[in-house]
Design a protein around this ligand. Structure first.
Ligand code: GDP
Ligand code: MG
Length: 359
């Protein structure tokens, strides 16, 4: 799962990327405004995995991960005539966005529009993405209309269907509404996957608060379905990410920070993408795996290995909470809480799974 960190120049994207990933990419004047992409894979902190590790004492422990891509170079006006080339690809390939908006005052850090106004900045880039999608839709409409003209009655019936959908998209985008709000059938979604519409992707808004903790609900309103807003003290958290645990605790006390927002952002990213974790356990390995909410047992098996999905017979399932309450696998077996599930079973967050399969 890949999330693109976007925002205007000097909003603190790279600083927040560093806070989330523990990296030390250079920030500031030398980098802002350039098209550059940096990625890092981050473990999703999960106390359940820690607990399973202490129970099974495995040789290896693997957490679920999220990949963050710091995408520099977005600015007002960028979508005029459509986003191009590698830039468009980078934005198109992510599963969702972390949209960083600046709420910190700092005279040494120039703001591209002079004043600090997170709501305006949020709407500015959103507007660019709406425009980029509108250009994609209009290009597509032209092609489809041409095909209708040329082929007349012999045209493939998929063409008028897509034309209708694109007209609906156009109307929606022209009303300045993201495509995310529209109901799109799984078949339609499949048909348009290749266009990588930007406003179809979920957005987590991160308000870069600077040195003071502030109430984000007073700074921005964002009502897009499926999205949420969180505050983060960019510079402080980027520095904290570099410290050993003891020093970090002292530093946090000094600044009156009770909980790191970086961890919260990582969890919210996971929620944003509508994914959940199931676990596999054993002496060899305790591991968290990511699947979409609503995935079936064979799909979960496929997340581990395609052979397990192909040869799927049944899944042995116990619930994490039951295991903790019961104390052992044996106790769950005795009370009927260790279950065999078939192909239709919908995997739940926190399931501990063992796949029985033909090899
Ligand atoms: N005072 C202050 N400066 C910050 C904060 N976050 C980022 N900056 C500074 O803002 C400048 C731009 O940050 P950067 O992360 O490079 O922004 P980007 O262009 O969006 O990637 C750098 O000089 C950062 O040190 C913050 O929380 N407080
Ligand atoms: Mg940057």
């Amino acid at each position: 799962m890949r999330l693109g960190i976007i925002g205007l120049p000097n909003s603190g994207k790279t600083t927040i990327f560093n806070a989330l990933t523990g990296q030390t990419l250079p920030t500031g004047a030398a980098t802002s405004g350039q098209f550059e992409v940096h990625t890092a894979v981050v473990n999703v902190p999960d106390p359940r995995v820690d607990k399973l590790k202490s129970m099974y004492n495995p040789r290896k422990t693997v957490y679920a991960t999220v990949t963050y891509a710091d995408i520099g170079g977005l600015d007002k006006g960028i979508s005029e005539g459509g986003l191009k080339g590698q830039f468009r690809n980078e934005l198109g390939q992510v599963d969702g966005f972390v949209h960083v908006v600046r709420a910190f005052d700092d005279e040494t850090v120039p703001h591209p529009y002079e004043t600090v106004n997170p709501q305006r900045d949020l709407e500015t880039l959103d507007g660019e993405f709406l425009l980029a999608d509108l250009v994609t839709v209009e290009n597509r409409l032209e092609k489809l209309q041409a095909e209708m003209r040329v082929k007349g009655k012999n045209v493939d019936k998929a063409v008028p269907a897509e034309l209708e959908l694109m007209e609906k998209f156009k109307e929606h985008l022209e009303a300045e509404k993201p495509l995310f709000e529209l109901e799109i059938s799984p078949d339609q979604a499949k048909g348009i996957r290749g266009y990588n519409f930007l406003t179809l992707k979920p957005v987590l808004v991160v308000v870069n608060l600077g040195d003071e903790a502030k109430d984000v609900s007073k700074l921005v309103t964002y009502t897009r379905p499926g999205s949420s807003v969180v505050g983060l003290q960019g510079k402080i958290e980027a520095e904290l990410a570099q410290l050993e645990a003891d020093d970090a605790a002292m530093f946090m006390q000094e600044y009156g920070i009770t909980e790191l927002s970086a961890a919260k952002v990582i969890h919210l990213s996971y929620e944003l993408l509508a994914i959940q974790s199931f676990f596999t356990v054993g002496e060899d390995e305790v591991r968290a795996w990511s699947v979409a909410v609503g995935a079936t047992a064979p799909e979960a098996a496929g997340a581990i290995h395609s052979d397990l999905q192909k040869g799927f017979i049944r899944a042995e399932v116990m619930k994490y909470a039951d295991l903790i309450a019961g104390g052992s696998e044996a106790a769950l077996k005795a009370t009927g809480k260790f279950k065999l599930e078939g192909k239709e079973y919908i995997v739940q967050d926190g399931d501990i799974v063992h796949i029985r399969h033909n090899s």
